[in-house]
Unconditional design. Structure first.
Length: 281
């Protein structure tokens, strides 16, 4: 059995090459949905900043896209996210080098997303102060967010692919939505090909149930303190419903991923001393 972490395309090839003897950790373009109830704003902002920008966004469970209910937009969530992100710097290592994307490549991707109709850089989009001292193969960018209209994201496959490209660094896409656009948000979540972690930030049980019932990410947090990062006691890689999905931490995950079922029957006797050969059947 092989446990593979990586892209869906490679996972599908491995499934064929290894004749199904594979368990998969789905890749992580991880979404978060802010529900209609605006409470505990400072905590929600802090958690969103941690999810998107801690370790400069270099986590498989990093928050890659944030769907913001209109109530949160009205409450000024974007400005508060910007203020929190501005606290990060190289001096205290709350920001740092990106190991797999150069600065130029990150800025080019930011520009490509921001060039979509109606999109714009909400904050960031500049080199990280001090990153000029990094080795040239590494990158440095301040925490960055690009706002993209939901209609633009879903307008074409090309747009969708650009928006959902995972930049393994301090970058996220933020998408405002209205109450009647929730079905479009759920469509976007299910069109994504990565289903690792996700979060539904709400204490509205009906809203939460609607989202949870329509999505398949392997590990999902729900509640006003919901996050995408920080593996729970049982971290399941998803997607839900795929028998190749892998997990870690618990006896169940170990049994399902690292062992297999078999039957061994011990029948060592003794044979009854009065036994005689029966007639054939």
């Amino acid at each position: 059995m092989t446990l593979f972490t990586g892209s869906q395309a490679v996972a599908e090839k491995l499934t064929v090459d290894l004749r199904g003897r594979v368990k998969l950790e789905d890749a992580g373009f991880d979404w978060k949905i802010l529900g209609p109830d605006v409470i505990d704003e400072d905590y929600v902002v802090w958690q969103a900043d941690q999810d998107a920008y801690a370790f400069s966004g270099q986590k498989c469970s990093a928050q890659s896209i944030l769907f913001m209910h209109e109530n949160w937009v009205t409450a000024g969530i974007v400005g508060k996210l910007e203020a929190q992100a501005a606290k990060r710097n190289l001096t205290d290592l709350s920001s740092g080098p990106v190991l797999s994307w150069s600065t130029e490549r990150m800025l080019a991707h930011v520009a490509a997303v921001a060039a979509l109709p109606g999109a714009s850089v909400a904050f960031g989009g500049k080199p990280l102060a001090g990153s000029e001292a990094f080795p040239p193969q590494y990158g440095g960018m301040v925490p960055t967010a690009v706002s993209v209209p939901l209609e633009t994201m879903l307008a074409s496959q090309e747009n969708f692919d650009i928006v959902t490209t995972e930049l393994f660094g301090p970058f996220q896409v933020i998408v405002p939505y209205t109450a009647d656009q929730l079905p479009m948000v759920l469509e976007a979540c299910e069109r994504m090909t990565s289903h690792l972690t996700a979060a539904v930030v709400t204490n509205d049980v009906r809203f939460s149930n609607e989202v949870l019932g329509a999505t398949i990410n392997g590990t999902m947090y729900t509640g006003i303190r919901a996050r995408t990062t920080g593996a729970p006691q049982q971290h399941w890689f998803g997607p839900c419903g795929d028998p190749r999905s892998a997990g870690i931490h618990t006896p169940e995950a170990i049994r399902l991923c690292w062992s297999s079922h078999r039957e061994i029957i011990h029948d060592v006797g003794p044979v009854d001393p009065n036994w005689s050969t029966p007639s054939p059947t």
